[in-house]
Ligand binder design. Structure first.
Ligand code: FNR
Length: 367
């Protein structure tokens, strides 16, 4: 049952948030400190822009998670109230369930009802037809549509698909006929530069390189299997940091979508790290879900909404301070800072031909 799956995803993903955190690739991204490079915080603008005349006041957003059941509808309501209060952009989870059963619409539509003037994104799989994409955009009055590519998740999912061959063609048709920008996203396994370049060929103008290191859908789906048969895929995929680095190796003349990054973002410094590697904005799912559900992880309520409002406002304030510290007046300027890549991330990047010395010396190259 698809509705049970939605509750399973929520419960297993929330349980992962309560585990002790391992070191991730974000920890291997360190911005170099220049003590006299700072500017006044009053001169900082942390807003960000994306193709399709999109401007978000914050360079981070609530990524697609949920909807479709009573419990997940309450989570969406709590997230949406916080979005309305803070101005953060927000996506629903996959609305495939709505295409089969229109009675679940309120659990998704709550994003718009609670936030009439906010930036709301729908979410569908890469199997979606242009007609289905239009239905979802209309039902939500969505400002953009996320299309998720999740072949690893489907492979491990007990009831998952094994048919991925039509996705590229489907995506091209959906992009062509959808009246709002289409954002193609992974669900936590990263994007290679080849995938990024292909998306541009398909007409996609925005892609979210959702990488590993955060909510792990190979583990979530494996936990749903009686035999736990796919434990060997638990570490599969690339991180968002590795994906952003990979994209830097595309030849300058190769068209590419504007990149978003997500997966395992824990704090404002992770947001800065993603932006410094070229992301236009950074997505957060599991961390904000944990905030809304609280330690008990039972049900979303008004206290959860209040916690998330405080957290989003706190991240906004910390970001303004850190932009000032790094001397970035705008989000774009963060992508010109000096960044040092270490550990296994550096090894991966070297194997893919990334110029790490350039990244660590961008300020002097610019002069
Ligand atoms: C997700 N994610 C997700 N993505 C998507 O495109 N469609 C979906 O329906 C869902 N469902 C979903 C449910 C839950 C409970 C979570 C936590 C996440 C994936 C999400 O957007 C993101 O790509 C990954 O979770 C990685 O980011 P975090 O969680 O590490 O910040």
């Amino acid at each position: 049952m698809i509705s049970n799956r939605k509750d399973d995803h929520l419960n297993f993903a929330a349980a992962q948030q309560r585990e002790e955190r391992a070191r991730t690739d974000w920890d291997e991204v360190r911005l170099l400190h220049h003590g006299l490079a700072g500017i006044d915080a009053s001169d900082v603008d942390i807003s960000t822009s994306l193709p399709g005349d999109i401007r978000w006041p914050l360079p981070f957003y609530i990524n697609g998670m949920t909807g479709g059941t009573e419990t997940t509808g309450k989570v969406n309501a709590a997230l949406a109230e916080a979005a309305a209060e803070t101005g953060i952009a927000m996506a629903t989870g996959s609305m495939s369930i709505y295409l089969r059963d229109e009675s679940v619409l309120p659990t998704f539509r709550v994003l718009r009802d609670k936030n009439p003037h906010g930036f709301v994104m729908g979410n569908l799989s890469a199997d979606a037809t242009p007609d289905q994409a239009r239905r979802v955009v209309e039902a939500l009055e969505a400002n953009a549509l996320q299309i998720h590519i999740n072949s690893v998740q489907e492979t491990v999912m007990p009831e998952g698909s094994r048919g991925f061959g039509s996705w590229a063609e489907n995506i091209a048709s959906v992009v062509e006929s959808t009246p709002v920008p289409v954002i193609v996203k992974e669900v936590g396994f990263g994007m290679s530069r080849e995938t990024v370049a292909l998306l541009a060929e398909l007409g996609v103008s925005i892609a979210d390189a959702a990488g590993n290191g955060g909510t792990n859908f190979a583990r979530v789906e494996n936990d749903r299997r009686a035999g736990k048969d796919y434990a060997f895929l638990a570490d599969f995929g690339q991180s968002a940091a590795a994906s952003l680095l990979d994209a830097t190796t595309l030849p300058a003349e190769t068209p590419r979508p504007a990149l978003l990054a997500s997966g395992g973002v824990r704090n404002p410094y992770d947001v800065i790290r993603g932006l410094s590697l070229g992301a236009r904005a950074v997505g957060v799912a599991g961390t904000f879900l944990h905030t809304v559900l609280g330690e008990s992880g039972v049900e979303a309520n008004a206290a959860g909404t209040k916690r998330l409002i405080e957290q989003v406002n706190d991240w906004r304030d910390r970001l303004i301070e850190m932009y000032a510290m790094f001397g970035a007046a705008t989000t774009r300027q963060l992508s010109e800072t000096d960044v040092m890549i270490g550990g296994e991330l550096a090894e991966t990047a070297r194997l893919r031909g990334v110029n790490l010395a350039f990244l660590a010396n961008r300020r002097s190259f610019r002069r």
